[in-house]
Design a protein around this ligand. Structure first.
Ligand SMILES: [Zn+2]
Ligand SMILES: [Zn+2]
Length: 597
């Protein structure tokens, strides 16, 4: 694929002699797959030049394209009314962006084209325009696999991972470190939420990342929603990124200053052992990405449409600092949420039990209740995770929080935080709650794995006693209600044998077994309710409501893993070493049966 920068500047366009080399236009990046699919990332003022180029290239032929908006701050959408392809009647454009709780992306974009701001209304665009509201998900655009994840910014913002032609590019702007201490370039492994952020660009060939500031400038920019160069290099190192393009350049940064920033970034990268390249994104530069062709067919994943209209919109504030409570209360009202407030831990527990709030915000402070006790008490009500409630810790400045270690804590809100940040967090927490679980990545050598699976000629065959005896045996051996022989097909998990389950298959997206086949060991989930990868998975949050899972991979003679032998329970558990060995032993017997002629 080809990646071309049309706008690299952050916050506001900066034309003039001091920005000739790296460009003065705001965020706009073009990605073109080998098949010719056009994806445009953000629509800042750089979109004007891109639009002209696209129209010239098309020679008047009808054009289809996809515009992914990360968020709707001015510098990311201001080029939209000047993007020529939208004004040609034979063209079709799909516009994607984060959906809010109330307004759709179409409504938000229409705002900047109201008569007071612009003479042409959005309804008057002559191209056919389809709008797509996004949440965190994975979906397909003409063979490009797109993964969207929320970033940390005072507006609901999505970062995008694009995988096609065996290569991966990630666009992540605007974003501030979750743990502000990492702005100086500390080890991301110390912060669970920054590790999650790095997972979005794991192994990427190119990471385009907000790097507006240097660590030395950050103390004056805390809470503005942007990253430092040192943070970006650290998370890129953590994620094994091959090339980083520093992006969203500060409007005050001259070309010469930016060259110094790159020099500093490279030196920092050398210090921490980062093996990848560091560049600064420059307007009109094109980068060719050539991955090792994986031969994996994408499979079509539609854009999920969560049932947001029916979700609970309520928050419990168990916060004692008047200043923090005031900002949270105000933000919750602005987001149209029902608010409960608890004076102390006992009252908070009582409200959780009675009202089942969607979000619980508790304050983590030196003189407050011990965080772990508090979260344990909330968990013990049984009215938590089970209905997907989100538990947030607010951490005051300088307080050595233990929130990052508490699995029960879904997210951390660092204080001080602006009202904009707080509103964004409330929104993201609710949207996440409405629709989130993490699907497993594809194994390496997935194409070969699928070939081996299909060669077994066992998919969609009738039940057979020679398999059923193993699921029956596993159920009694481990005293579990459910035991399965699961085969992971391209888009589904199909059960060759099932003890205690009615359905014959589920979508692969829901399959915990899809995680199991990533490794050679038993994969255990002691309590799915408390695991952010599975808490909102429909198999956990509704339907079968499983809590415990343990699966042993079915490893074929050629080393590929066709599926699993797994056991499932409705209560939290953990297998001991002897039990693990027994599960592996049974899995080997199942594999032998699979490979028997
Ligand atoms: Zn921006
Ligand atoms: Zn922004």
């Amino acid at each position: 694929m080809q990646v071309t920068f049309w706008g690299t500047r952050g916050s506001i366009a900066k034309a003039g002699p001091s920005t000739l080399r790296y460009g003065g236009n705001t965020s706009c990046v073009e990605v073109r797959s080998d098949a010719g699919t056009i994806v445009v990332l953000d629509c800042g003022t750089g979109a004007h030049g891109l639009g002209q180029a696209l129209v010239a290239r098309s020679g008047g032929a009808p054009m289809e394209g996809h515009l992914l908006i990360g968020h709707t701050h001015w510098d990311h959408i201001q080029g939209l009314p000047f993007f020529a392809p939208l004004f040609l009647p034979d063209n079709t454009w799909h516009i994607y962006g984060p959906r809010g709780l109330g307004g759709s992306i179409a409504e938000v974009l229409a705002g900047q084209m109201q008569y007071a701001y612009f003479p042409v209304a959005i309804e008057q665009l002559t191209a056919t325009v389809d709008y797509h509201d996004l949440v965190e998900s994975t979906f397909d655009i003409d063979g490009i696999r797109v993964t969207s994840r929320y970033l940390n910014h005072p507006a609901l913002t999505l970062g995008y991972r694009l995988e096609v032609d065996g290569a991966t590019v990630v666009y992540a702007t605007d974003h501030e470190p979750h743990d502000r201490r990492l702005a100086a370039g500390g080890d991301p492994a110390t912060s669970r939420h920054d590790l999650d952020h790095a997972a979005l660009f794991a192994g990427a060939d190119l990471l385009i990342h907000d790097a507006q500031y240097l660590a030395e400038e950050y103390p004056h920019k805390v809470g503005w929603g942007h990253s430092t160069v040192e943070y970006v290099v650290s998370v890129a190192h953590q994620a094994g990124v091959k090339q980083v393009a520093l992006f969203h350049h500060d409007p005050a940064r001259t070309d010469d200053a930016l060259e110094d920033v790159v020099t500093q970034a490279r030196a920092f990268g050398t210090d921490i052992g980062f093996a990848g390249q560091v560049i600064a994104a420059a307007e009109q530069d094109t980068i060719e990405l050539r991955g090792a062709a994986s031969g994996v067919r994408g499979g079509t994943r539609p854009i999920p449409k969560p049932e947001l209209d029916h979700m609970a919109r309520s928050v419990l504030l168990a916060v004692s600092s008047p200043e923090i409570a005031t900002v949270l209360r105000q933000a919750a009202h602005e987001e149209d949420l029902e608010v409960w407030e608890a004076a102390d831990q006992a009252e908070a527990i009582e409200i959780v039990r009675r009202e089942r709030p969607a979000i619980v915000v508790i304050e983590d402070r030196d003189d407050g209740p011990v965080l772990a006790d508090f979260t344990d008490a909330i968990a013990a009500t049984g009215r938590w995770r089970g209905d997907g409630s989100t538990l947030i810790a607010v951490t005051a400045d300088g307080h050595q929080s233990t929130a990052g270690d508490a699995v029960a804590i879904t997210d951390v809100l660092e204080w001080p935080a602006t009202p904009g940040y707080v509103r964004t967090k409330l929104r993201a927490w609710l949207l996440r709650r409405a629709c989130r679980w993490q699907t497993a990545p594809l194994p390496r050598e997935e194409a070969a794995r699928l070939r081996s699976l299909h060669a077994l000629e066992v998919l969609d065959t009738d039940p057979e006693p020679r398999f059923d005896r193993y699921t029956d045996l596993a159920s009694s051996t481990f005293d579990v209600p459910v035991a399965l022989i699961t085969l992971i097909d391209e888009d589904r998990q199909w059960f060759k044998s099932r003890h205690g389950v009615d359905v014959a298959e589920t979508p692969r997206d829901m399959a915990v077994c899809a995680y199991t086949i990533l490794g050679s060991d038993v994969f255990q989930v002691p309590d799915a309710f408390a695991d952010p990868r599975f808490a909102d998975n429909p198999l956990v949050a509704s339907g079968p409501r499983f809590r415990f899972y343990a699966g042993a991979p079915l490893t074929l003679a050629n080393g590929t893993r066709a599926g699993t032998l797994c056991v499932v329970d409705h209560r939290p558990r953990l297998l001991d070493d002897d039990q693990l060995a027994e599960l592996v032993h049974l899995a080997a017997l199942v594999t032998a049966e699979l490979e028997a002629d």
